[in-house]
Write a protein that binds this ligand. Structure first.
Ligand code: NDP
Length: 447
């Protein structure tokens, strides 16, 4: 199919077809570097143009969202749903509400989701959506009106066997509830069309904890594989939202010491470590009061570093749990020179390609989000199963299932990414994720 398939020729074509979409280019390049050499030695994928097909979303839906603020001003936002790939199951992936949301960001997230969902071993396709709506500073009523307006259009494009959205940055259980309520009203039915729902109406235990817990479990597996553990390790966590909160909780339970958390204003450094009581303060601050992380520093009398990232502090382990591209090459060099042993990403694509290359060259264990943060979508998949069966598993059952899934993802990475005693988790996750989706696409023929 391709005259001279190489990463560069492939990327040149992709950039030409998707001009200006820098985040999307970055996400595809990271995968292309592992997958294209594999395709070159497996001609069935090359002849069928599978990777070219996998980098083009099935469809991207863009729509207008009109709502009224508390001062009766008419406000207009852009809404999106990128249905990336449904070869192995209904489209599945979160909704992000953040002013930075654009098509490039959602295509990078949807593309990553294809591999992540494949790794979970569950029958889940991939999608991602959201809006450039900024929830910060909005009243509860404004959030509700926005969510209802957003769902009024989105409802035409989703369904329990078609596309099942969940939360992401700026979309937690409050927003999911407003949207699910509107969907239910519009469709005249109760179905498991969204995940991350509260427990009272079809939500799953462990869903809110799943991404963060899964990330900590994945780190424990990486360390176990080299005869070590999280116990006694000093950990840097960024972010202070859903993923950061529950990643911190599980690290504490595994015996690690978390000394930082952050938000878009800066980071706090608590050298004594964040314990359960301090974490409860953070959860209340972020989920209920919707305050800033700097208030932690005031309350517990520690340092707040305004406008800074935590990566220059000494540590054993790092868990970037805020947003994309928060660790660049300079940060990676600082982490390595401070003796870091391993990084597990809670966020999606928080590490730049140069920084990943540096970690690989330095033989630092590095887990890409598509492997280490897959716990969230995995428990969303379990929420879909419970909704279909009209029943609910217990907390213990679900945490066990989550652990098994994370261990399984880890094993797939080791199988496909082992290189002379070092596991290249990027290569392992990309190849394992790719093979399953590619085989399904081959089986469907030319579609
Ligand atoms: P939340 O909205 O709950 O929290 C996001 C956190 O990241 C906040 O602390 C926020 O600070 C910070 N943040 C957001 N944007 C920036 C920025 N540009 N610079 C610095 N800090 C920023 O989101 P989640 O915890 O759900 O998501 C965090 C990451 O994890 C995202 O990359 C998401 O895609 C990924 N993820 C989430 C899953 C989930 O189940 N929720 C599943 C898998 C991945 P502030 O409040 O100041 O904006």
């Amino acid at each position: 199919m391709y005259a001279d398939l190489s990463v560069e020729t492939f990327m040149n074509g992709l950039i030409k077809r998707n001009p200006g979409e820098l985040e999307f280019h970055q996400a595809v390049r990271e995968v292309a570097e592992s997958v294209i050499p594999y395709i070159l030695s497996h001609s069935k994928y090359e002849h069928a143009g599978i990777f070219q097909r996998m980098t083009e979303p099935d469809r991207s839906i863009i729509f207008r969202v009109v709502w009224e603020d508390d001062k009766k001003n008419i406000r207009i936002n852009k809404g999106y749903r990128v249905q990336f790939n449904n070869a192995i199951g209904p489209y599945k992936g979160g909704l992000r509400f953040h002013p930075s949301v654009n098509l490039s960001i959602l295509k990078f997230l949807g593309f990553e989701q294809t591999f992540k969902n494949s790794l979970t071993t569950l029958p889940l396709g991939a999608g991602k959506g959201g809006s450039d709506f900024n929830p910060k500073g909005k009243s509860e009523r404004e959030i509700m009106r926005f969510c209802q307006a957003f769902m009024t259009e989105l409802s035409h494009h989703i369904g329990p066997h078609l596309d099942v959205p969940a939360g992401d940055i700026g979309v937690g259980s409050r927003e999911i509830s407003f949207m699910f309520g509107q969907y239910k009203r519009l469709k005249h039915e109760f179905s498991g069309t969204m995940t991350g729902k509260p427990l009272e109406f079809g939500g799953s235990l462990i869903r809110k904890e799943a991404t963060g817990y899964g990330c900590a479990f994945f780190m424990e597996e990486m360390l176990k594989n080299v005869g070590d553990s999280v116990q006694g390790k000093t950990c840097l966590v960024s972010g202070s939202g859903n993923v950061a909160q529950y990643c911190t909780e599980k690290i504490i339970q595994l015996g690690g010491k978390v000394v930082t958390l952050s938000d878009s204003s800066g980071f706090i450094y608590d050298p004594e470590g964040i314990n359960e009581e301090k974490l409860a303060f953070v959860i209340d601050l972020k989920v209920i009061k919707r305050g800033r992380i700097s208030e932690y520093a005031k309350k517990f009398n520690c340092e707040f570093h305004e406008g800074k990232k935590p990566w220059h502090l000494p540590c054993d382990l790092a868990f970037p749990c805020a947003t994309q591209n928060e660790i660049d090459e300079k940060d990676a060099i600082a982490l390595a020179s401070n003796g870091i042993k391993a990084i597990a990403e809670g966020a999606n694509m928080p590490t730049t390609i140069d920084a990943i290359k540096f970690f690989e060259k330095s033989k630092v264990l590095y887990a890409p989000g598509k492997a280490s943060n897959a716990g969230g979508v995995a428990v969303s998949g379990l929420e879909m199963t419970q909704n279909s069966m009209r029943m609910a598993w217990t907390e213990v059952e679900l945490e066990d299932r989550l652990k098994v899934i994370m261990t399984n993802i880890h094993s797939q990475c080791v199988t496909h990414g082992g290189e002379n005693g070092y596991t290249n988790y990027v290569k392992g996750a990309n190849l394992a994720g790719f093979i399953k989706v590619a085989n399904a696409m081959l089986a469907y023929g030319v579609v």
